[in-house]
Write a protein that binds this ligand. Structure first.
Ligand SMILES: NC(=O)C1=CN([C@@H]2O[C@H](COP(=O)(O)OP(=O)(O)OC[C@H]3O[C@@H](n4cnc5c(N)ncnc54)[C@H](O)[C@@H]3O)[C@@H](O)[C@H]2O)C=CC1
Ligand SMILES: O=C(O)C(=O)Cc1ccc(O)cc1
Length: 314
């Protein structure tokens, strides 16, 4: 039998992440009532049509009224303004959380608007797809994926424990991490790989030639996966890079250094360098598998590593 963790949860922004939360919450019977708010009328209408949320509200203020948990599910650049909009309508003792892909910047934008007596526990589910919008969600998205909680200084332990229980109830494995470390880890494992995928697809002369041509028909899994990743929501990813600027630039700097070294090895015919490098990276992948860390999620739900070009692992 499932246990109800909150009486009322408000989801602000009804896209992939919020809709998946709703279906997972319903599956687990984890919450009494889930209210939802989306800024566009078309999204609210679509949500009502597909039965997304127990009550779809016409304002964020109405959605958060009486909610013990409010989850901000908007692009990271919109978190601060949305928080400002709802701050006067929050119930005393309520918890505000978010699902943003970047943490330090979101904390800086949101925390100043958290009223006294309201808790703030930032979070980030490491699960997603390239799809967006209210119809893209599904109950299983978080099953066996990680959700990182990033408590701020002085976060109330009970508020953290309740949020942990909710994410676990939705199927996720929960861990806690400091915001700066989170942003660096995600720059390596998610943000920079996305930028590389965007670039690889952009390198092709023009998108129509890529998608229409035999490039796709004969392409290996790696390139097909690049095109899938590069189809991810432009607003979301613009905001991710602008918000995680420092960590992404740090990783990109290292990436380009390594790339130049490989480029030089190719130009000078330095096969030993190439072979040593690829042997090292293969050992890393094998180490991950042997350590049992490839729970189908080291690449956060992609199923195939971004760097896999053969589509097979021998
Ligand atoms: N898509 C993914 O794979 C993952 C996304 N995230 C994070 O979750 C958050 C939501 O992402 P998705 O659900 O994928 O996006 P989505 O594009 O599917 O949904 C975002 C929703 O926010 C609304 N919205 C946009 N700007 C707004 C504003 N200024 N005010 C009010 N509402 C606004 C949109 O209309 C839409 O309903 C983002 O912060 C993203 O970084 C976290 C993990 C995975
Ligand atoms: O990063 C990936 O590889 C994904 O496919 C899904 C994803 C996207 C954004 C996140 O913040 C977390 C997970």
């Amino acid at each position: 039998m499932s246990t109800q963790i909150y009486n009322r949860v408000a989801l602000i922004g009804l896209g992939l992440i919020a809709s998946s939360m709703y279906w997972a919450i319903k599956r687990g019977g984890l919450v009494g009532e889930v209210t939802g708010y989306a800024r566009s009328e078309a999204t609210r209408d679509k949500a009502r049509e597909i039965g997304l949320c127990d009550r779809v509200c016409v304002s964020a203020a109405e959605a958060v009224e009486g909610a013990d948990l409010v989850v901000l599910c908007v692009p990271v650049g919109a978190m601060g303004p949305v928080m400002q909009e709802i701050s006067g309508s929050l119930m005393p003792g309520a918890t505000v959380s978010d699902v943003g892909s970047v943490k330090r910047n979101v904390i800086e934008a949101v925390q100043p608007h958290i009223p006294a007596g309201v808790h703030f526990v930032p979070a980030h589910p490491l699960a997603g797809t390239e799809h967006s919008g209210p119809e893209s969600g599904f109950a299983e998205l978080y099953d066996n994926r990680w959700c990182l909680l990033v408590p701020v200084e002085g976060s109330d332990p009970e508020a953290v424990a309740n949020l942990r229980a909710l994410w676990e109830g939705m199927g996720a494995n929960v861990d806690e991490m400091d915001a700066d470390h989170h942003d660096l880890v995600l720059a390596v494992t998610s943000h920079t790989p996305h930028l590389i995928a965007y670039t690889m697809v952009g390198v092709a002369d023009d998108l129509r030639r890529v998608t229409d041509s035999e490039v796709i028909k004969y392409s290996a899994a790696g390139f097909r996966d690049f095109t899938r990743i590069a189809a991810s929501d432009p607003t979301m990813w613009r905001d991710v890079f602008l918000s995680n600027k420092e960590a992404t630039l740090e990783i990109l700097g290292r990436f380009t250094e390594e790339l130049f070294a490989l480029q030089r090895a190719i130009r000078t015919g330095d096969g030993e360098h190439l072979h040593d490098y690829f042997t090292h990276t293969r050992a890393i992948r094998r180490g991950i598998i042997e350590a049992g860390q490839d729970t189908d999620a080291p690449d956060f739900g992609r199923g195939q590593a971004v760097a896999t070009t053969s589509g097979q692992e021998k």
